[in-house]
Design a protein around this ligand. Structure first.
Ligand code: GMT
Length: 378
């Protein structure tokens, strides 16, 4: 198939899923065209059947805000025709679904039929999308998409609860490439850089937005370190990073907490840890937790959103209510204080991640594309 993928090119989970999906589809013989405002961060290396089309609205004195939606719709009209695309797959409803609907209508006037699949990822439904400023457009464009998928059952239900959506939504979960995300050598030099005295290592990866509750990550670490020598590895960047970094310095713990920022190749680092922390306010799926599980890390997380669909409590991880730092700390200590318990949970986390391997999930998208195309053919 000739496929177009519309996504955010940044470190956010939706962009990561979209890019990894495009890469996996290209390996399965499809031609994949990414259409976005910058090269997606995980789009590294060269493949003869991956293409990138930049959307760059022109600046004009009248525009206080650049009309990205119009520029995206126009670019889609161009790419669908020139690259003879069979289907567009848009990730994150706002504004991608409505721009794509507009492009679809323009193309229809030119005699070109193009189906499009919208994948709902999380905050497009649970946070921003619900805002009065967006809700009517989000509801409309979900209903007008040729196909709709959500990354968890929780998100599917949240969509019906928060929007005027009547159409079926297919659940296709996030996935991980188990050939890349693997268990790491915890006796090697890299791990020793973070834990020179053989301390335990907690890991957190996120975009450091309020919803991620990085303050809870730090609070759990502070509690745990009083009983078990521990270090904390923080990967990613965002608005909550600077305040937390300031706090860590004020507490004099900057020698024990490592802020790595946005990193490429995180698969080489996550596996160095012992336990992954994800105390999010809400999380439609929890891709970073899945990537950690693939590296054999049990997850201590909140029971928010779709996390319980991924993390089996008492087997591959442990969860608590949002903000219940005391229980999250107890859970973390339970794992760190017993090598047997840690190893049992680690095995279970790895086994659970296998169910979400790229080779198991990507064919579900291909099947869905076929079904959508068949339903859309004249
Ligand atoms: O985590 C974020 O806030 C980024 C966001 C995105 O859309 O870029 O991630 C969402 O999509 C990911 C991929 O489907 C999910 O794994 C994350 O759980 C989801 N984030 C939230 O629901 C907060």
């Amino acid at each position: 198939m000739n496929l177009g993928i519309v996504c955010y090119p940044t470190y956010g989970g939706s962009g990561v899923v979209a890019t990894e999906l495009g890469k996996a589809l290209s390996l399965r013989g499809h031609n994949v065209h990414f259409i976005t405002y910058d090269r997606p961060v995980r789009l590294d290396g060269f493949a003869h059947n991956i293409f990138y089309h930049q959307v760059s609205p022109e600046k004009y004195p009248l525009f206080e805000f650049l009309p990205y939606e119009s520029a995206l719709a126009s670019k889609l009209v161009e790419v669908v025709q020139f690259a003879r695309l069979d289907l567009l797959h848009v990730h994150y409803a706002i504004p991608h679904a409505s721009s794509t609907y507009l492009a679809q209508q323009i193309l229809a006037e030119r005699g070109v039929r193009i189906p499009f699949v919208t994948t709902l990822h999380g905050t497009d439904i649970t946070l921003v999308g619900k805002e009065e400023a967006f809700e009517p457009v989000v509801s409309f464009s979900i209903n007008r998409s040729t196909g709709v998928t959500a990354v968890s059952e929780y998100l599917r239900q949240a969509t019906y609860a928060n929007f005027h959506v009547t159409r079926p939504i297919e659940v296709i979960p996030n996935f991980v490439d188990l050939s890349r995300f693997q268990r790491a050598d915890k006796t090697g030099e890299l791990r020793k850089r973070f834990t020179p005295q053989g301390e335990k290592l907690l890991v957190h990866v996120s975009n450091f937005r309020r919803i991620k509750r990085v303050g809870d990550v730090y609070a759990v670490f502070k509690h745990v370190r009083t009983e078990v020598p521990t270090r904390l590895l923080l990967i990613g960047d965002g608005p909550e990073r600077a305040p937390l970094e300031r706090q860590v310095h004020e507490d004099g713990l900057h020698g024990e907490v490592f802020f790595l920022g946005n990193q490429g190749g995180i698969e080489q680092v996550i596996g160095l840890g012992d336990v992954f922390l994800m105390p999010s306010e809400t999380e439609s799926f929890g891709l970073a937790a899945l990537e950690a599980m693939a590296c054999g890390l049990p997850v201590v997380c909140s029971n928010a959103g779709g996390l319980p669909e991924l993390v089996c409590h008492g087997e591959c991880g442990l969860y608590a209510d949002v903000g219940d730092v005391a229980t999250l700390s107890e859970h973390t200590l339970r794992l760190l204080s017993s090598p047997d318990e840690l190893s049992r949970f680690s095995e279970a986390a790895y086994a659970r991640a296998q169910r979400f391997d790229v080779t198991a999930v990507v064919p579900r998208y291909e099947d869905y594309y076929q079904a959508v195309r068949a339903a859309n053919s004249p």
